[in-house]
Write a protein that binds this ligand. Sequence first.
Ligand SMILES: [Zn+2]
Ligand SMILES: [Zn+2]
Length: 321
Amino acid sequence: MVLDAAREPLRLAELPDPAPEPGQVLLRVLACGVCRTDLHIVDGDLTEPKLPLVPGHQIVGEVLRGGSRFEPGARVGVPWLGWTCGECRYCLAERENLCDRARFTGYDLDGGYAELVVADERFCFRVPDAYADEQAAPLLCAGLIGYRSLRLAGDAESIGLYGFGASAHIVCQVAVAQGRRVFAGTRVGDDETQEFARSLGAVWAGDALAGPPEELDAVIVFAPVGDLVPAALRHVRKGGAVVCAGIHMSDIPSFPYELLWGERVIRSVANLTRADGGEFLALAPTVPVRTEVETFPLEQANEALDRLRAGALRGAAVLVP
Ligand SMILES: [Zn+2]
Ligand SMILES: [Zn+2]
């Protein structure tokens, strides 16, 4: 499925089989998760994709050939971080997620809305055996970057997850297993999602803008809604953190300094490191994290994106070729 230009539907196309270069593996795609970032690319919020582009960066695939790290038949995952330079100040400081020249799967590189894909083997992960293909796909971005966001929220005992979609439904399970209390914020009146959050262990679920009945230690904002940032600041205690987990957000409205005062912190989370991936994929089966997915045939990628845009998904959408 090919993106020719922003704000146009993806086009079903027959492309030449990609050939792996040295250090790359050729994968048969088994499943590919749909991420909100894909929606930001298709909708033109992220303005510099390679075009035409095959989107998709939560790829579970079977190694056909290429590279030396994985045997043919191995099941591997390909995440958003597709390549880094290894020599900039960020790469050298173990912050490869911030690499100046990073290339991203399904943005700078063709991704997994396809039957075949090539990937740099150094950036692939082994997929834990405990997961079926379509269950594993959302771990690769929703799970992985969600986990990074949780880590950057510090040792919060009470934590808000605002925007309870693919990422939050995974992070909720990890946070609960770590003994934290989770407060799930959704759109006003979204009873179904609030019920879903409670079923995953959230102690409270309600309208994110209004906030929970007590002060929180931290809030992770997953929804791409700038209004949630001052709202979340209002909901965290002194010294608390508001972590913005998405790659794009509508403008954050101005707010009185008083909301930030008291050493409250606002920060973003950008991309992932391979260390995050290794850590999270080892942790997920021990929780155990269970992913709720809605599968779509590959050629229905546009429908899956529409459902995500409308907030009509429970958990994560996954494309299956
Ligand atoms: Zn670099
Ligand atoms: Zn993603």
